[in-house]
Design a protein around this ligand. Structure first.
Ligand code: GLU
Length: 444
């Protein structure tokens, strides 16, 4: 049986970190099993769904490298929902209810006041034909509830949470359709999962109680159950996830110079028993993917960890991968010389300016100025090849008796204008003979 997973965002806003993680886990599970991931756009709410968010969802997934086999839109499937709805009404599994939100709220409060669970009392099931006609004559339109079977035990083996059991009698019959005819998410989702042959429903643990009611919906439509995996939610370093990372999609990551590979490496492992590592290649992430490795405790997301991971990803990126984002003229040799010093690819431009110059002449102590003048004349007489930094410093060590920091630092300052940076052995050939001699002379 081919594994089919689905990522089902509502296009009412940008994807947040939790959504991206759900998308990735669905993708990894599909990949790990030679299966397929579907993108389901949950746009039944016409008032709140927007095309620009649909486009942003596609872009964000593409940025992360999460490809989907197919895209389905709930708004294109209303006829199908209507047909299933009619079938469930005829079978008595969906029934009309007329309470107003205020009435329901009052009843909930009364139950809570008595220390009872606020479960819907099914008053609507006791209405006669005449009662209903009366209410409709008053202008009331019904909303629709799914009648849970109180005698059927609800249970499933969750791939993350293990054995799950619910007592249907302690759950409210869920509202599946509003009085204006619009759909709530629960029933259409089940119909889609059946029709699309979804084998594994993977989502956040905030959906566990939805699953309890949806399990009976699968049964009521004569369908077998898919597998379920509810992953623990993400929390921020200080409890809640920050609003910023909670709501801006991947734009915030891009603005911070975070590579998609870093986001993937982190989200694939966060909350699992495997360490988060700077893994550039997806193959090991896919091969090692296993729900058994996911913990039940909330996973802690720390932006500083992501930035540190990102630097370690950047250090591994091949020039081909970043060439179109590098400054004019920065070739493979330039990238290889500099990348180990970067936290983000964008910082390459800054170091490249150090190579191309001009660099500010540093204010050196008198004795160091003498030393760099000496360096200029030694450098002038050398063969300017790839090993020039080694030859230059060896010759200067002999000639000046300097070593360590007092040998290297004045040279670095004179040649780059900075006291730290990429390996000088790689940098000096890039700077080139004439500019290097000029810089040494200027600093002296
Ligand atoms: N549209 C729902 C949500 O974003 C889908 C949940 C599900 O995966 O079934 O929460």
């Amino acid at each position: 049986m081919t594994v089919i997973t689905r990522f089902a965002p509502s296009p009412t806003g940008r994807l947040h970190l939790g959504n991206l993680r759900a998308a990735l886990i669905n993708w990894l599970h599909a990949r790990a099993n030679g299966g397929r991931l579907l993108l389901r756009i949950d746009d039944t709410d016409a008032a709140r769904s927007e095309e620009r968010f649909v486009a942003a969802i596609r872009d964000d997934l593409a940025w992360l490298g999460i490809d989907t086999a197919e895209e389905v839109r709930q708004s294109a499937r209303f006829d199908r929902y209507e047909a299933c709805f009619a079938q469930l009404v005829a079978a008595g599994r969906v029934y009309p209810a007329y309470e107003t939100p205020e009435e329901l709220d009052l009843r909930r409060k009364v139950l809570l006041g008595r220390g009872l669970p606020p479960v819907y009392d099914r008053a609507a099931l006791r209405l006669s034909e005449a009662d209903r006609a009366g209410l409709e004559a008053e202008g009331r339109r019904p909303h629709w509830r799914f009648r849970l079977d109180h005698d059927a035990p609800i249970g499933w083996h969750d791939l993350v949470r293990g054995e799950q059991r619910f007592d249907a009698a302690r759950l409210s019959d869920p509202v599946v359709r509003r009085a204006d005819g619009s759909w709530l998410y629960l029933l259409p989702s089940v119909i889609d999962d059946i029709d699309l042959g979804v084998t594994t429903v993977i989502r956040g643990e905030d959906h566990v109680s939805n699953t309890a009611t949806q399990i009976q919906m699968f049964g009521s439509l004569g369908a077998a159950l898919p597998e379920f995996a509810h992953v623990a939610l993400l929390t921020g370093a200080e409890g809640k996830l920050s609003k910023r990372l909670g709501a801006t999609g991947v734009d915030e990551f891009r603005a911070l110079g975070i590579e998609p590979e870093a986001v993937v490496a982190m989200l694939a492992r966060l909350g699992t028993s495997d360490p988060v590592e700077p893994i550039l290649d997806r193959a090991p992430l896919i091969e090692g993917f296993d729900f058994a490795r996911f913990g039940r405790a909330p996973a802690r997301f720390d932006e500083a960890d992501l930035q540190a991971l990102n630097a370690r990803i950047v250090h591994q990126l091949d020039w081909n991968h970043v060439a179109d984002r590098l400054p004019e003229g920065m070739d493979r040799t330039g990238w290889d010389a500099i990348r180990a010093n970067l936290s983000t690819v964008a910082e390459a431009a800054d170091w490249w300016r150090v190579v191309t110059g001009p660099v500010p002449a540093p204010a050196l102590a008198d004795e160091d100025r003498g030393f760099v003048r000496q360096a200029a004349s030694v450098a002038e007489s050398l063969d300017w090849d790839a090993g020039v930094w080694g030859t230059l410093t060896a010759a200067l060590k002999q000639a000046s008796g300097r070593k360590g920091r007092s040998l290297f630092l004045p040279l670095r300052l004179a040649l780059t204008g900075r006291d730290h940076g990429p390996d000088m052995a790689a940098l000096l050939p890039l700077i080139g003979r004439e500019p290097a001699l000029e810089r040494l002379r200027a600093a002296g």
